[in-house]
Design a protein around this ligand. Structure first.
Ligand SMILES: [Zn+2]
Length: 342
């Protein structure tokens, strides 16, 4: 609420600025975080947008660029903090993790850390300089080159049920038809992620939109940017930062249990099912893709759906590593995942 001060700089209502907050000095390079601060003309909450805690997920930088272009400060109530490159160290090497010899190389598993590893220092600055001054948060995690994610994640089991409830409201107001209810102690979502830390330590409702990826062509990728802009505007309306009401989807796929269908072997992934089948049903055993040996051209393995489900995240042909991103299938078994309206 009120005037926003970041990095010792006060941004006046109705103006915008880019603030650089230093983190540390690595070998020969300065590590810092650049944040766009958009101070609305009217008083209201502060909304933090993080992108690229994982250094190779650069599609989300395009979302924030478009957001910054489109926001009219004369209509905005409150402030937006948008950080296109949260983890400049991993971005520099084009990798998910920071390439040091630490035992905490993944920034989105390093929040609340006690050491001085690069990820600990980066996330500490994000917490102390940005999270502590924010009321809501979006942290983007999108597909890397060759795969596309397709869901909105929110935490449903925080100590304070109100935070879970607002987070769910934000997920629905993102106006994207796949909602992924995440639990702190299940899967990859934990107290050490941005979302867990924001909710548990700072009391900030948060979501993780995962829409889009790279390598699918500009028309498709521009469509994903529009999906995300619609979602952000829906959130700003839901949270009272813009006039109007979000438009909700007629139907959502509520993802409960799901299968990550990933290759055991590295190789050339040749899809049988691709983007055109996204959000459609697959049967148990249905062939999704083949993994081709890049040297002998033999079929190394077939990727098949482990059960009856709905494809949500998917991929194009590309060279995968063992366990790499390929397909997400929401399980329809025992109604664990289901289509419903709100
Ligand atoms: Zn990520």
């Amino acid at each position: 609420m009120g005037l926003i001060n970041i990095g010792g700089k006060t941004i006046q209502p109705g103006t915008r600025d880019i603030v650089t907050v230093p983190v540390t000095k690595d070998l020969g390079v300065e590590i810092n975080i650049k944040a766009h601060i958009l101070a609305g003309k009217f008083d209201g909450p502060t909304f933090l947008f993080l992108s690229m805690l994982h250094g190779e997920e650069w599609f989300s930088m395009l979302i924030l660029r478009e957001l910054i272009r489109r926001i009219d400060l004369n209509e905005l109530k409150g402030n937006i903090i948008a950080i296109p490159v949260a983890n400049v160290s991993a971005f520099n090497t084009g990798t998910r993790c920071v390439m040091d010899n630490s035992d905490e190389p993944d920034a989105n598993r390093s929040f609340g850390g006690e050491y001085l590893w690069l990820t600990n220092q980066i996330t500490r600055v994000i917490e102390e300089e940005f999270m502590s001054k924010s009321d809501y948060m979006i942290d983007y995690h999108v597909g890397t080159w060759g795969c596309t994610m397709a869901d909105i994640g929110y935490g449903s089991d925080y100590d304070d049920p109100k935070i879970s409830e607002i987070s769910r409201g934000m997920a629905l107001a993102y106006q994207f038809p796949v909602i992924h209810e995440m639990k702190l102690n299940k899967g990859t979502h934990s107290k050490r992620t941005s979302m867990g830390r924001a909710a548990l330590h700072y009391g900030i409702p948060a979501i993780v939109p995962e829409i889009g990826g790279l390598g699918f062509g500009e028309d498709i990728e521009k469509g994903w940017i529009e999906d995300n802009i619609r979602g952000i505007m829906g959130n700003l309306k839901y949270l009272g930062m813009l006039e109007g009401e979000p438009e909700y989807c007629d139907k959502y796929l509520f993802v409960g249990d799901y299968w990550r269908v990933s290759p055991k072997n590295g190789g050339y992934l040749e899809p049988v099912i691709g983007l055109d089948r996204q959000f459609t049903k697959v049967e148990k055993g249905e062939l999704l893709a083949r993994i081709i040996d890049p040297e002998t051209f033999e079929v190394l393995e077939e990727l098949r759906s482990p059960g009856e489900g709905v494809i949500f995240y998917t991929c194009r042909s590309y060279m995968v590593r063992p366990g790499g991103w390929a397909y997400g299938v929401a399980s329809l078994e025992n109604n664990s995942s289901y289509w419903g309206s709100i």
